[in-house]
Design a protein around this ligand. Structure first.
Ligand SMILES: [Zn+2]
Length: 365
């Protein structure tokens, strides 16, 4: 039995095995029903892999495993039934296939459903390049050469070293490339990917009207500073300036860019998750903004991280009275730095308690 072939064929014919969700981007989870609601997007593929994940119940695995769980049978039984259905069975599979499972019809829900190209799982469309994406590399290089024309980053507590690390740049007369008639303003350029950036108006004492346009993004929404994931301990924050503030004091942080991006973050983590066991997990410290939105996203993210088995710790009193990391840094580097160190130590301690002491006794939370 060729598990890989079965896995890929199941992915290719996913919509004949599972009901498409309302939005047609994923399918309804057979375990928890996620995707059947009006707004629910169901189970989706982890980009570039044959694995899927459900944000609601936390299922994470290939379609054979999902079919096995749905039908309460072994992985091997599920694979064998699928092999027979897909004409991938060898003599042995045909002989030993679980006939009850094969015959009761629950394996195929919709044999006639023909997926359109757009509906194909991402595993097969990952190679597609979005034509509308514009490579900004040259723009970043040019903007970086002009960085010494501004000291804006210094007013935000970020040193030249940090500015260079994140390839910050400056444009004296920037306007949004998609809005040709927009007024020009001097902007700090913060690259967020090869195709996207944040342009921050550096004008002092902005009018209320201009404040609305002081932060503009170009290109697709991006998780900022994914390089941070190479560290053993990673803070999760909201804004780009927050992530850079952590770098400034010697720590690693990844920024959502916008709190609505939390699913994107989980996608990236799952994509990078090593396939083997016994790897040392990353310690994630949730340190979102000190406000209502930050707290509610923290709860959501924590649930998702737990569901998918990512170790996490919620930062305590990390920004004091301030709204976010950058405000705290600007207010007092020393107090901010001490609070971050304290949280990092506490997170590591909890990690040790969970993984090492838990290994010898059936430790509880
Ligand atoms: Zn589910």
């Amino acid at each position: 039995m060729d598990y890989q072939k079965i896995r890929e064929e199941a992915a290719r014919r996913v919509f004949s095995l599972f009901r498409p969700d309302r939005q047609g981007r994923g399918f309804v989870c057979p375990i928890c029903g996620n995707g059947s609601g009006d707004t629910g997007d169901g189970v989706t593929f982890i980009q570039g892999t044959a694995r899927v994940h459900c944000f609601k119940c936390g299922f994470n695995g290939d379609l054979i495993a999902l079919k096995a769980q749905e039908n309460n049978c072994s992985y091997r039984d599920a694979a064998q039934v699928l092999a027979v259905i897909f004409n991938l069975a060898d003599e042995r599979d045909k002989k030993y296939v679980n006939r009850t499972l094969l015959n009761n019809g629950i394996f195929i829900v919709n044999e006639d459903y023909q997926p359109s190209y757009e509906n194909l799982p991402q595993i097969f469309s990952a190679e597609r390049r979005d034509e509308t994406l514009e490579d900004q590399t040259q723009f970043f290089t040019d903007a970086a050469k002009n960085l010494d024309l501004t000291d804006y980053h210094l007013t935000r507590g970020l040193s030249w070293k940090t500015a260079h690390k994140f390839t910050l740049g400056f444009v004296k007369d920037w306007h949004h490339p998609k809005i040709p008639n927009a007024p020009e303003s001097p902007r700090l350029i913060i690259p967020t990917s090869q195709y996207s950036y944040l342009a921050r108006d550096v004008t002092k004492n902005l009018s209320e009207r201009d404040k609305k346009y002081s932060k503009q993004k170009v290109g697709p929404a991006q998780i900022f500073n994914t390089d941070a994931l190479n560290s053993e301990l990673v803070f999760i924050v909201e804004g780009e300036f927050d992530a850079m503030s952590f770098y400034e004091i010697g720590f690693s942080a990844i920024a959502l860019g916008s709190i609505s991006n939390y699913k994107k973050l989980i996608d990236i983590l799952l994509q990078r998750q090593p396939q083997m066991e016994n790897f040392l997990p990353t310690i994630f410290v949730l340190a979102l903004d000190n406000d209502k939105g930050g707290r509610s996203t923290t709860r959501t993210l924590r649930q998702l991280l737990n569901n998918f088995g990512f170790f996490n710790y919620i930062a305590k009193n990390i920004y004091g009275e301030h709204k976010d990391a950058n405000e705290a840094l600007v207010s007092s580097r020393e107090i901010f730095s001490d609070a971050v160190k304290k949280n990092a130590e506490d997170a590591r301690q909890k990690f040790i308690n969970t993984f090492f002491e838990g290994a010898f006794s059936q430790g509880s939370e």
